[in-house]
Design a protein around this ligand. Sequence first.
Ligand code: FAD
Length: 295
Amino acid sequence: MKNQYDCIIIGAGPGGLQAAIHLARYNRKVILIDQGGGRTRHALHMENYLGLEPSSGKAFVDTGIRQIKSFGAAFKREQVASVRVGHGFMVSTNNDRYQAPYVVVSSGVKENPPAIEGMNRFFARSVFTCVDCDGYRTTAKKLVILGDSLAAMRLAFAMKQMFTPDITLILPAGLVPDDHAALLAEDGITLVVGTPGEFLGDPGLAGVKLIGGQEIPCEVVMLSYSYTLNDSYLASLALNRDGSGALVTSEPAGETSIPNLFAVGALRRGKAQAIIAAGQGAVVGIEINGRLLDL
Ligand SMILES: Cc1cc2nc3c(=O)[nH]c(=O)nc-3n(C[C@H](O)[C@H](O)[C@H](O)COP(=O)(O)OP(=O)(O)OC[C@H]3O[C@@H](n4cnc5c(N)ncnc54)[C@H](O)[C@@H]3O)c2cc1C
């Protein structure tokens, strides 16, 4: 049948790409379907990946796509609309349908920051979202933390311990109880109540302007907002999830609660780092190949 594969991989995150490399190098028939974009592509300075010279996430992903193709994996720039369980899995995209006994989901998450003017100019340059990725880049700099929950306050204490003493935390009114505000003051963290409206500066970031006009000078910003999983195409499947919605998978195989459906990267419970996702992809690729072997 047309479009019948050994494994369909959804999303060109590092985990999906690594699973494709392993499976393609076992001469399995594998396809990776990716709609473009993604968090890894947004990273401008990946410098915490063993053996990789500091590089952009875009270069990293583009190299990965060339690498999977070089081993014979198929690659389609399409958006997956649904995954259904029948005889194996049926994956439908905006363009076609694909079938396989194994599926790997690697479609990641997206951030939900509020609309702040200038976000696109500064995002990933001096406005960051991930402490493990970019916390280091805030070392000894004038930092503003923006958020919408008390998680931003915990982040402020952590940033103070690791990276910089000069922190202003901007939160909406009514969020921080008085005793917490006192703890922040004790730690030398400035608390400002307000709503961010604009990032200031040209070409470099110079500050945050609040709705109402107050300007807070800074060199770097850390965002602390929620994430949404890119998994609407899994909506019809009753998958086991944790309290945050992340997919619960078996250890070490990475299999979800639906047999032969595997998850890697930020969709899955755990830490969202490229090197972790790639490791998960290697495990999943080896596991699926083991199941495909008829021994
Ligand atoms: C600004 C920034 C900097 C970062 N810096 C680092 C760093 O320095 N080091 C590090 O280790 N990590 C870094 N990260 C985090 C890291 O990139 C990811 O968390 C990690 O690589 C895991 O990505 P992922 O595999 O979950 O998904 P992603 O990289 O987000 O990839 C998911 C892919 O799936 C695709 N997709 C989504 N939905 C569909 C669909 N329905 N159909 C088809 N395709 C779909 C997306 O288009 C995307 O290509 C950074 C993230 C950001 C945002």
